[in-house]
Design a protein around this ligand. Structure first.
Ligand code: UT7
Length: 326
């Protein structure tokens, strides 16, 4: 039975030029390179330049993805940007990407599911494409967390970085088998009872300020391993697969210890996890497409491979997806 699937046509990413080392942060707060590496696996992160906005990062990643896909911007009819650091309260930063690409047709909007944003945006795009209302989507994750970090709080400022990644998805008629290229399943979850575990202490309606990121790290750590493993197992089960069928796990990059523990709990060989947290740090909704781009460009992810995506973030929001690469 033929079905419509959202097939990945291309991927691209962008990182700001400036690299900030752990030693540099140790000059601002009471921390050390040794502590950051041992507790998180992070060696460095990229930081956006003054005046460089989330939309600038997003546009650079979007252009790279379109080039990789060999798709003309005029053929895109849906732009979804996952971000929790938009340029402005409104309009959606996605319309700035749209205008930057010279696109005047279709729809563009933002999705905010914090670190799970890219998985959420992929799922939304997949539903639009499979419903037949749109035919080619640009899904972008872009963040400038350096702007919402309290640079005097060692619990949080060592963990995050700036960046952007993007994929181009296209609706394609497929055979309806597990061998089809494209998205096979996306599962989204959230539980607002945990919203004070990871949040920003400001906002338009509450303080009229942007606010700073606050986190109860140990609680987030614990929940991340349990909840993402659960949703990945649900996704595998939904399409009748086993963890051994997966070629690559491309997780949200928050902490090497979380990723190692998650792979162990899943029963996945550690070398099948794509890890970029060492040089990107946690770039929230940009981390998955950034990691995808690294693993595609270095030849690990190849056409035909089954790629498992997962993320958890503030809210809590979390989710997983399984894509056969094309
Ligand atoms: O994207 C999703 C959201 N984020 C995450 O998934 C992050 C989840 N959490 C984590 O990655 C980890 O919990 C952290 C890396 C944030 C912290 O690691 P931990 O092993 O859970 O450390 P901890 O919070 O239990 O703190 C241990 C000690 C504390 O000192 P005391 O109370 O034992 O004296 C902290 O004050 O480490 C201290 N500490 C630091 N020391 C040096 C916390 N941050 C730092 C720091 N440098 N930057």
């Amino acid at each position: 039975m033929s079905v419509i699937r959202s097939v990945v046509k291309g991927c691209g990413s962008y990182l700001p030029e400036r690299i900030m080392s752990n030693d540099e942060i140790a000059q601002m707060v009471d921390t050390s390179n040794e502590w950051i590496v041992a507790r998180t696996g992070i060696l460095s992160r990229h930081i956006a330049a003054d005046g460089e906005l989330t939309s600038d990062l997003a546009l650079a990643a979007a252009r790279a993805a379109l080039k990789d896909a060999n798709v003309d911007p005029q053929d895109i009819d849906l732009i979804i940007l996952a971000t929790s650091t938009p340029d402005n309260t409104f309009p959606a930063t996605a319309v700035t990407i749209q205008a930057g690409l010279g696109i005047t047709q279709g729809a563009a909007f933002d999705v905010n599911a914090v670190c799970a944003g890219f998985v959420y945006a992929m799922s939304v795009a997949d539903n639009f494409l499979r419903a037949g209302s749109h035919s080619r989507a640009l899904v972008v994750g872009a963040e400038t967390y350096s702007r919402i970090l309290d640079w005097s709080d060692r619990n949080t400022c060592v963990l995050f970085g700036d960046g952007a990644g993007a994929v181009v998805l296209e609706a394609a008629l497929s055979d309806g088998t597990i061998d089809d290229p494209g998205i096979h399943v996306m599962r989204l979850r959230s539980d607002g009872r945990f919203r004070d575990k990871l949040y920003v202490d400001g906002g338009v309606s509450s303080t009229q300020t942007a606010g700073y990121l606050r986190m109860q790290g140990r609680d987030v750590f614990r929940h991340a391993i349990v909840k993402t493993t659960e949703v990945m197992n649900e996704a595998l089960h939904q399409i009748g697969l086993d963890i051994d069928d997966i070629d690559w796990l491309v997780p949200h990059q928050a902490n090497k210890r979380i990723l190692d523990a998650t792979a162990t709990k899943l029963g996945l060989a550690p070398e099948k996890t794509v890890m970029t947290v060492d040089t990107h740090a946690n770039t929230s909704s940009a981390s998955i497409p950034l990691a995808l781009d690294v693993a595609i460009k270095d030849g690990r992810i190849k056409p035909g491979h089954l790629v498992l995506l997962e993320a958890m973030g503030g809210g809590f929001t979390w989710g997983a997806g399984i894509v056969r690469w094309s």
